[in-house]
Design a protein around this ligand. Sequence first.
Ligand SMILES: [Zn+2]
Ligand SMILES: [Zn+2]
Length: 421
Amino acid sequence: MSSHSHDPHILCPHCDLLVTLPTLKYGQKANCPRCKSTLTMRWQEPRRRPVGYALSALFMLILANMFSFVNMNVKGLTSEITLIQIPKVLVADNYASMASLFMVVVQLIPAFCMLAIIMLCLPVRLPGRWNIRIAWILFHLKAWCMVEIFLAGVLVSFVKLIAYGEVGIGTSFIPYVLFCLLQVRAFQCTDRLWLWQQVSPAPAIHQPLKVGQSGLSQGLRSCECCMAILPVKQQVCSRCGSKGHARKKHSLQWTMALLVTSVMLYIPANLLPIMITQALGTKFTSTIMAGVVLLWGEGSYPIAMVIFIASIMVPSLKMLAIAWLCWDAKSSKKVDRERLHVVYEMVEFVGRWSMIDVFVIAVLSALVRMGQLMSIYPDIGALLFALVVILTMFAANTFDPRLIWDRSGTFENKEKFDDGQ
Ligand SMILES: [Zn+2]
Ligand SMILES: [Zn+2]
């Protein structure tokens, strides 16, 4: 029978269509002919490239933690912070939860992911099933790398502070920007399909495959973690050990439960203050909306727009979109699936960016500590808001996008392939 050294078939993780992967040229990517999501991309030097980027990223991260990150000067008083001081200040203010969140998504997870990419791409075999475990963790943690969002938060804080004093960047700032770019690039050129094939070959399938039909109609499912094609009856993947079903179990119930919880938290997150500003003896609190109004009033229109879109529009639209997806997956009406899929992709992509305001508060409260002159502290609203973002991210994660396509039957145009650049 066939040796399956390279499995040319794949079940689209977004719409469950069985597709034959064409032989790709370097730099070419294969898109799903039905839902248009990218299935895989072929890179030149799939080993050396990610390792190079990941190694340089780690080196930059070390540099970024060694020196001062940003500084501020108000009327002769200077305040300077390093990256590591940001969580320390938050812990001192009894916001240990926000400090840990910050440490985890801005430093620990990205650093771990870079290490994981290096270990997996180098042709070394770790003892036991360590390679598989590391790959499993890598692909589960990827969405929680928020380096670029933090960096955007730092820039927004700069604009907010310009009105009060001089802000400047420290020696560590440029290395952190480079770390951000390099880690994005390292993720980009790590091909999931190729990497899993290196870690362990895909399990063989002992039944004929019907290209252009859904996996479900043939009794097949795609492993959510390693993308191997498995019989529906087999609940534990023989390659990566992930447990799974043909469709995420109780997907709609979970999504709805998380959604309702996040809506309930979203109301107080908007009404309660997110930070306390103490300046020259006066103390005032501000909510998310008040922050936007203040920025707008000061004439920083683009930043006011960014914060308004990221903190108010995106979370509300995201909740509406998730509710719409759940409602549609249940109804039997015929809808434009492609448009619905675009909604899903957008929800997945933009959701993390709402975290920007939380990072702004973290930076502001760490940097602006000048006693009576001016001090900024986080407040309960910020914590609630962070929770809302995390919950909606989980809600989007528990939603199974394949439910959108399940009622559409076979796909006619099975031979056509989209070749992107
Ligand atoms: Zn698809
Ligand atoms: Zn698997």
